[in-house]
Design a protein around this ligand. Structure first.
Ligand code: 13P
Length: 250
């Protein structure tokens, strides 16, 4: 059985002090969430060490938002997978559309990052999703299938078992426009089929999250879909009560 996960991507928001407080609020309310739902928070790099102290011993998991595509050395400004593990991270988001779009993250770089993360013991939360132009041209299934194949098909089954996939249509991120449950479900089913073509029955065990303007008012309908196993939450994850309300929508 695959896991239900609700993960909060804080993006470039909050100071360290605000982030620590937000993490405390999430930990304090986590007992309201059914134990079958895994909660994860992904604060900025600067917050990881103090937030790790807050989530220690709780059910809330800690994720980074990115990692370097190199092991160590002269790569100014980068943060390695070993650094993340030493800061008590268990997960890292990779391939978010904002990184693909604004920081030139390519599939080739993502292959390196995903492999390094897994080798270090992290579970990547690997993001895919089409932009508005691709959706309007009816190319969304092909675009997402290519993103999945270009990176995840390079993995062994053992590596793939560590990956969480997140489908985030770019046109729904931060726009208030959510994919309908039907639109999300059909892409999630497509992603699972693409994974099954390569990894067989393992595809049934892979958690696939939906992300893009997910909020307490629409989470229930989305999470009721057979191939939607949870959410990757942006804006609504910055308010503990909304984040927890989303997680209680299963
Ligand atoms: P919003 O929930 O703010 O649309 O962001 C989604 C997202 O990008 C999560 O990674």
């Amino acid at each position: 059985m695959r896991k239900h996960i609700v993960a909060g991507n804080w993006k470039m928001n909050t100071t360290v002090a605000d982030g620590v407080n937000l993490a405390k609020e999430v930990v304090a309310a986590a007992s309201e969430v059914p134990s079958s739902v895994k909660l994860i928070i992904a604060p900025p790099f600067t917050h990881l060490v103090p937030v790790a102290e807050v989530v220690k011993g709780s059910v809330v998991g800690l994720s980074a938002q990115n990692c370097a595509d190199k092991v160590s050395g002269a790569y100014t400004g980068e943060v390695s997978v070993d650094m993340l593990v030493s800061a008590s991270c268990e997960y890292t988001i990779l391939g978010h559309s904002e990184r693909r779009q604004y920081y030139g993250e390519t599939d080739a770089k993502l292959v390196e990052k995903v492999k390094l993360a897994i080798a270090a013991g992290l579970s990547p939360i690997f993001c895919v999703g089409e932009n508005l132009e691709e959706r309007e041209a009816g190319r969304h299934f092909d675009v997402v299938a290519e993103q999945v194949k270009n990176v995840l098909y390079t993995l062994s089954a053992e590596e793939m078992a560590k990956v969480i996939v997140a489908y985030e249509p770019v046109w729904a991120i931060g726009t208030g426009k959510t994919a309908t449950a039907e639109q999300a479900q059909e892409i999630h089913a497509c992603i699972r089929k693409v994974l099954a073509d390569k990894f067989g029955a393992l595809a049934d065990d892979i958690t696939i999250l939906y992300g893009g303007s997910c909020k307490p008012s629409n989470a229930k309908e989305l999470f009721a879909c057979p191939d939607i196993d949870g959410g990757l939450i942006g804006g609504a994850a910055l308010k503990a009560s909304d984040f927890i309300a989303i997680a209680k929508s299963f």
